[in-house]
Design a binder for this molecule. Structure first.
Ligand SMILES: NC(=O)C1=CN([C@@H]2O[C@H](COP(=O)(O)OP(=O)(O)OC[C@H]3O[C@@H](n4cnc5c(N)ncnc54)[C@H](O)[C@@H]3O)[C@@H](O)[C@H]2O)[C@@H](O)CC1
Ligand SMILES: [K+]
Length: 471
């Protein structure tokens, strides 16, 4: 499990630790970890640190201090280190002295030739978009030079991943003590590159943000036992498709069949298309352990969705099923509800513009979960799973190719199947998103660089199951 913590929590843990350590010890741990990663990168790129040209973008706070101390370490190994301050009057005094003593120098402008740029402009103290002096330095980073961000790419909001204006795009981020949510959630996550966590000895409470890894998913996946039959393994009902959109029903059933439930029951007008493709499907109403309602329903089917929501079994609501949902009705349900909107649907449910959901995905998912008393799986470049109380789950396996028609239908079938197999709303959502992302990578891998189709994602799900179990 990868965990991330808010700035407030990290600062509290730092205070507690700093009180027990000699002054400056934490910053030295951070700088040592940062210098080690820079050394590895330089060695890989040019064989040695000696003679490398390293540029430090140095902000006014401790983030700049980390960069300056790390620069001093690199200078002592023979690198030519140049620090470019955001504000020459405000540089970490100890860090500056260490750099100069090690033979580093100061410059006003970012040199055009460099082997490595270290972004130490802002860390967890950054607020809002980069101000002009910081934005100007970020804009001077020479193209093609690898960038290592200190703690997080400057311009990314550590708590939310929001980016208000220009920001640094890093190849590698060296983060201290704990991941910050902004490193896991887009748009911030996509600016962070590969993230290295340096342990500085913080003691942290239970996580506020989590990203599952293979082993976590493997432990949650349902597995049949010697005594299970199809009903004990769970039956998932799918209310999906219409005369206009029969394909959505086929794709939701495809995802559900590969999601671990014992059987899939389909209700709706696309039974013929479903059976033609998947003769395993049960047709017509009957007992289920969970429902999936919504993919491809078209208009005017809200009554059918409401009937399912009136049943005391878990219900996943997706796509057309999300239209006009009544928050009051959902809040009074005692069985779990899982909503799986994309940004546009989330915006409609929250009655805000789509852009505000895109820019603040974490807060939008949490707000939806509160308002509807449900688990919310917000689809997108980073899929998030939020529920009332627990941590927000961030899905680490996505791929841009998943933005393809019908892939959401496969996801909702898959998540519904996991609900029927007995997983909780947050677990079903997180495991489904994880497998779905991995399956998409497998599907994309069979012909790299080419678009994938939703049914190929469903077909690659067994490979995704196999992969999480085999590592
Ligand atoms: N607190 C600790 O114990 C440790 C902190 N460390 C480092 O310290 C960093 C936090 O340091 P600080 O609290 O000094 O904060 P930062 O260094 O992140 O930045 C704070 C400064 O940036 C300015 N600023 C804020 N937003 C800005 C914007 N949008 N544009 C331009 N300037 C802006 C503020 O005026 C303030 O002076 C961490 O990210 C980490 O790199 C590490 O050394 C590990 C230990
Ligand atoms: K930074």
């Amino acid at each position: 499990m990868r965990t991330a913590y808010s700035v407030e929590t990290v600062r509290a843990a730092e205070r507690e630790l700093m009180a027990r350590l000699p002054e400056g010890a934490l910053m030295q741990r951070a700088a040592a970890g940062l210098a080690a990663v820079c050394t590895r990168l330089l060695t890989r790129r040019r064989g040695r640190v000696y003679g490398a040209r390293v540029v430090l973008l140095a902000g006014p706070g401790d983030n700049g201090g980390d960069a300056l101390y790390a620069g001093a370490r690199l200078a002592r190994r023979g690198a030519g280190v140049t620090a470019v301050p955001m504000d020459p009057q405000r540089l970490h005094p100890g860090g500056l002295a260490a750099l100069l003593a090690a033979g580093g120098r100061l410059a006003q402008e970012v040199p055009r030739r460099a082997d490595l740029v270290v972004d130490g402009l802002l860390g967890i103290g950054g607020r809002g978009g980069l101000r002009p002096a910081a934005a100007a330095l970020a804009g001077q980073i020479p193209p093609g030079v690898p960038v290592v961000a200190v703690d997080l790419p400057s311009g990314v909001d550590a708590d939310t991943g929001e980016v208000a204006g220009p920001a640094v795009r890093a190849d590698v981020t060296v983060t201290f003590g704990a991941y910050k949510p902004g490193l896991l959630v887009d748009p911030g996550a996509s600016l962070a590159g590969a993230v290295h966590l340096v342990d500085i000895g913080l003691e942290l409470p239970p996580a506020q943000t989590q990203a599952l890894q293979h082993a976590d998913v493997a432990a949650l996946l349902p597995a049949p036992t010697a005594t299970s039959d199809k009903y004990r393994r769970g039956v998932v009902g799918i209310l999906a498709g219409s005369r206009q959109y029969p394909g959505a029903a086929v794709l939701a059933v495809a995802g559900a069949l590969r999601g671990g439930a014992g059987a899939v029951r389909y209700v709706g007008p696309a039974a013929e298309a479903v059976l033609a493709r998947y003769p395993e499907t049960l047709i017509g109403p009957g007992r289920v352990q969970a429902w999936v309602a919504g993919p491809g329903l078209g208009e005017g089917r809200a009554g059918e969705v409401a009937d399912l929501l009136a049943q005391d079994v878990p219900v996943l609501v997706d796509a057309d099923g999300l239209r006009g949902l009544d928050p009051e009705l959902l809040r009074t349900r005692s069985a779990p509800t899982l909503l799986t909107p994309h940004a546009g649907e989330a915006a409609a449910l929250l009655e805000v513009p789509r852009e505000s959901v895109e820019a603040g995905r974490l807060s939008a998912a949490a707000a939806l979960a509160r308002r509807y008393g449900a688990t919310v799986l917000l689809k997108g470049s980073t899929t998030l799973i939020a529920s009332g109380g627990g941590p927000v789950r961030v899905n680490p396996t996505g791929t841009a190719w998943l933005a393809t028609a019908g892939s959401g239908d496969v996801l909702s079938g898959l998540a519904g199947s996991l609900l029927a197999a007995g997983l909780s709303g947050p677990d079903a959502g997180a495991v489904a998103a994880y497998l779905h992302g991995l399956a998409a990578r497998h599907a994309a891998g069979s012909a790299p660089g080419t678009p994938i189709l939703a049914h190929e994602v469903a077909e690659a799900l067994p490979k995704a199951w196999h992969e999480v179990h085999s590592r």
